[in-house]
Ligand binder design. Structure first.
Ligand SMILES: [Zn+2]
Length: 880
């Protein structure tokens, strides 16, 4: 059942905007999908049905032709033409007929304008023959997949491309013989005709345009029945070990995710089928096309060397996309400004699903009898630690910068929806929701969500709609909460002042203010630990006022140190107690919980970046010391990330060469001390990330050449590929022979193609790299975004930064074009991969000059530049 909700709060403003194209003969709406046009169409259109046929040729350079029969019911449209979105060249429309009458093609500003005179109140039928645009088709030599989020359906076929005009789809594909296909609806039949095959699908469920999808190509498939539900899985992986170790886990996790979602929401899986596909070098982790989910193949197919982080990542990814079937696909945001809602609940549910995994209590990774990792459970059920490591650093990486933005952002035109995505949407929001759940109580929070899904199921809803549903179940003032957490940017600084009299605490006061100095309060709950030689007292803080006197602390003995945010759930930068550094260095932190240690490491890093009380060299010293003492893999990972970041970004240049052999040695020593294979693998990776001393390089060369890793470390083909690249980046003697031999070792076609693509980016010859970089100006050369990002990582590696800094001006100049032509995460990733490790004053000046020279620059893109350049700006302060 549909609920096309009109946005009452927009009132008269809308009518004014609408009159622009409410007149006969008036100008076409601007390009993209302007908000006003979307509102207008939501009010006049219903019962939309697309009958679509696409002809996919074997040659990926040949055009894809299509035919469409569009049916809809029209209310009062007035005298104005009805704009159908189609972002293509005007010659892409080959014929048009409206209600059986051929019509001239009026094509303006990415809209096909249907003349008012040809339309009627009630049912209309529009027939279009067209050439489908390539941008959303992801055409490869052996497979094709569509990815239409957020506004790319309109590049593929003429449509009403907005999330609140849900429609049903009836699809036919013709594809080369031997290809397999998948779409949102079940396949009805297929008919062979020489070199090609015609596939007919049934009628789909009602879906927003961004969720319509098909995949076609040479794929292998596995069919299973899970909890009585048939599922089909398409993939191109050929490695038998990866297949054997992954397929069972993937189906099992999907089954668990579906079961959990049904139980939590009280609503059965709402669509008619559930299939999924693993796509090589997919540009996202996954995409939640209802009944035909797409996943990045390398995240699903893990081998016996998989780390705990990879196993958790896979479980989270599968659960995330599956949770979207309820949050996003069944109840959909009315407009993409609320895209964060579907993402937060997908992540929020994924965290709960991973926690819920059966066998969870057993702890550690699931292993087969031969010790191979099959799936994941939390070590010691440490859900809090997993949540902390998943989200906090990622959220801070944006929220601490000058490019920080609120969770809920304004969106005037759908063509800019891609710029809303990022770490705030994916990582700050789960933290915020968890805090809300904590403040409201888990049952009240779940009941509010159930109301919301029940009332808006099958239709669309806004964030204020959800707030209304939640407010029914709590006394907390959600409007005030919303203003700072959802409509505000940034994070608090939480300070601590204490007074001790006669060895006992006389006062312990926490104060909260914005890190920017503003007098804002982020209502939240977290804990404070008072650490004593043989015990820890944990006190809960309800920080809902600017100042909290912690009465429960008064009268207790003066502790060895105080850990603010000991449970890791508080959000912000916390004052650090210098005494905690000493305890960590003396290894007297054995009784701290893993999550306390991890939260402390993260807090040290945040304070280091803020140049507050702890220097990069001091933190490096702590991290190095903790490598062989930190027993939790997830916490060890934080230390290694910090080590890598400080080493390449925040040390004076002259310190790097002298420190490298010491750090390499620390990693190698720790590798022999830690127990688990996963930890060994992480340390091995950290070692190869440094790899500056000749001795270390020779060692890695020998490991690569003989394929003999150190005991306990399992290396996959991808790992060896990474080692070959690492040696090339360091100009290891005769590295071209290494690259060539690596190519001969790769048997999977897709992976080999990728490796060959990356070769010029690895070349020691600057001219070769320059030529390669220059090709990226052309959008066509950037189509394989995952490959481009790997290449950029090599081009801009710190060891090559001096020669590559000259690429930075073009990197910024092309950004608007990259946003126009690329997928949603690409502008951000493009900037990160390019600017991520620069530290020179000249690079920082270049960014500032660019922003100065472009005062009217797109504010969302400007924010992304400021986010990507944040470490660069901090390096100026920290290293000089
Ligand atoms: Zn998602």
């Amino acid at each position: 059942m549909s609920k096309l909700r009109t946005a009452a709060f927009l009132g008269s403003f809308l009518l004014l905007v609408l009159t622009g194209f409410g007149q006969s003969g008036a100008a076409a709406p601007p390009s993209g999908v302007p908000f006003a046009l979307a509102r207008h169409r939501a009010q006049v259109l219903k019962a939309i049905q697309y009958e679509l046929c696409f002809h996919l040729p074997a040659d990926k350079e040949k055009p894809v032709s299509g035919e469409e029969i569009l049916r809809f019911t029209l209310g009062a449209n007035g005298e104005s033409p009805l704009p159908l979105d189609f972002k293509a060249a005007s010659e892409a429309v080959r014929s048009l007929s409206i209600n059986g009458v051929p019509s001239p093609v009026r094509f303006e500003n990415e809209h096909l304008l249907l003349p008012a005179a040809a339309l009627r109140a009630g049912t209309n039928t529009v027939e279009v023959a067209f050439i489908a645009g390539n941008p959303a088709l992801n055409r490869n030599s052996e497979f094709v997949y569509t990815l239409l989020v957020p506004d790319r359906a309109r590049t593929l076929f003429p449509c009403f491309d907005q999330p609140d005009l849900k429609a049903v789809y009836r699809l036919t594909l013709t594809a080369p013989a031997g290809w397999k296909v998948m779409s949102n609806a079940p396949l009805l039949d297929s008919t062979s005709d020489g070199d090609s095959c015609r596939f007919r699908f049934g009628l789909s469920d009602r879906l927003s345009t961004y969720l319509f999808s098909f995949v076609a190509g040479r794929f292998a498939s596995t069919d299973r029945i899970v909890d009585g539900r048939p599922m089909r899985f398409l993939y191109r992986e050929t490695d038998s070990t990866r297949l054997r170790l992954s397929i069972d886990s993937i189906f099992r996790i999907e089954g668990q995710a579906l079961r959990f979602m049904r139980d939590y929401t009280g609503i059965d899986y709402p669509f008619r089928k559930f299939d999924f596909v693993a796509i090589p070098d997919f540009q996202f982790g996954g995409m939640e096309h209802a009944g035909a989910i797409q996943y990045k193949a390398s995240s699903l197919f893990l081998d016996s060397g998989a780390t705990l982080e990879q196993l958790i990542g896979r479980s989270n990814l599968l659960s995330h996309e599956t949770a979207h079937m309820w949050f996003g696909d069944w109840v959909t945001m009315a407009w993409f400004n609320d895209v964060w809602m579907k993402e937060v609940f997908a992540n929020f549910m994924a965290d709960k699903i991973t926690e819920y995994h059966e066998g969870y209590e057993r702890g550690g990774a699931w292993r087969s009898s031969s010790g191979e990792a099959l799936g994941v459970t939390m070590p010691g059920g440490n859900y809090d630690l997993k949540f902390l490591t998943d989200h906090y650093s990622a959220a801070y990486s944006v929220d601490r910068t000058a490019g920080a933005h609120p969770i809920r952002q304004q969106l005037d035109n759908l063509q800019e929806a891609g710029s809303l995505y990022g770490n705030i949407i994916y990582h700050k929001t789960p933290i915020v929701m968890r805090q809300l759940e904590r403040v409201m109580g888990t049952d009240a929070f779940r009941d509010g969500l159930r109301d919301y899904l029940k009332i808006y199921g099958g239709g669309n809803a806004t964030w204020p709609d959800l707030i209304r549903m939640l407010q029914r179940h709590t006394k907390l003032d959600l409007a005030a909460w919303n203003a700072v957490w959802v409509n505000g940017a940034g994070r608090p600084f939480i300070d601590l002042k204490g007074k001790v009299e006669k060895g006992r605490i006389a006062d312990l006061t926490l104060t909260q203010r914005g890190e920017d100095g503003s007098a804002r309060i982020w209502p939240q709950v977290f804990s404070v630990a008072l650490v004593y030689p043989h015990r820890i007292d944990t006190l809960t803080v309800r920080m809902i006022t600017p100042v909290v006197h912690l009465r429960a602390a008064i009268g207790r003995e003066d502790p060895q140190c105080i850990l603010l945010n000991a449970d890791g759930q508080g959000y912000g930068r916390f004052e650090l107690d210098g005494r905690s550094v000493k305890l960590l260095l003396q290894d007297s932190a054995k009784e701290w919980s893993a999550v306390s240690r991890a939260a402390t490491y993260i807090n040290f890093y945040e304070n280091m970046l803020a140049a507050h009380k702890i220097s990069p060299l001091r933190l490096l010293e702590i991290d190095r010391h903790r490598l062989s003492h930190e027993p939790e893999e997830l916490a060890l990972n934080i230390l290694l990330d910090q080590l890598n970041s400080i080493f390449w970004r925040f040390l004076p240049a002259e310190a790097r060469d002298s420190l490298a052999p010491l750090l390499e040695n620390d990693c190698w020593q720790a590798l022999s001390v830690v127990r688990s294979d996963n930890e060994k693998k992480l340390l091995f990776r950290a070692y190869t990330n440094i790899l500056l001393s000749p001795a270390a390089q020779q060692r890695i060369y020998a490991i690569w050449k003989d394929r003999q890793p150190p005991p306990g470390v399992k290396l996959s083909e991808d790992d060896y590929t990474g080692l070959a690249a690492a040696l090339a980046l360091r100009n290891y003697p005769d590295y071209p022979a290494i690259l060539e031999e690596q190519a001969s070792r790769i048997h999977n076609k897709d992976r080999l193609e990728r490796w060959l693509y990356l070769q010029p980016a690895l070349s020691a010859d600057v001219a070769v790299r320059d030529r390669f970089f220059a090709t990226l100006q052309d959008a066509k050369a950037r189509r394989k975004e995952a490959w481009v990002l790997s290449a950029l990582g090599y081009l801009h590696h710190p060891l090559r930064a001096a020669a590559s800094e000259k690429y930075l001006p073009a990197t910024l100049d092309w950004l608007e074009d990259i946003q126009r032509t690329g997928d949603v995460f690409f502008p951000q990733s493009w900037l990160q991969a390019s600017f991520g490790y620069y530290r020179s004053a000249s690079a920082a000046a270049l960014v500032r000059d660019f922003l100065k020279a472009h005062p009217g620059y797109n504010p969302k893109l400007k924010a992304k530049i400021l986010q990507a350049a944040d470490n660069l700006f901090r390096a100026e302060v920290l290293t000089h």
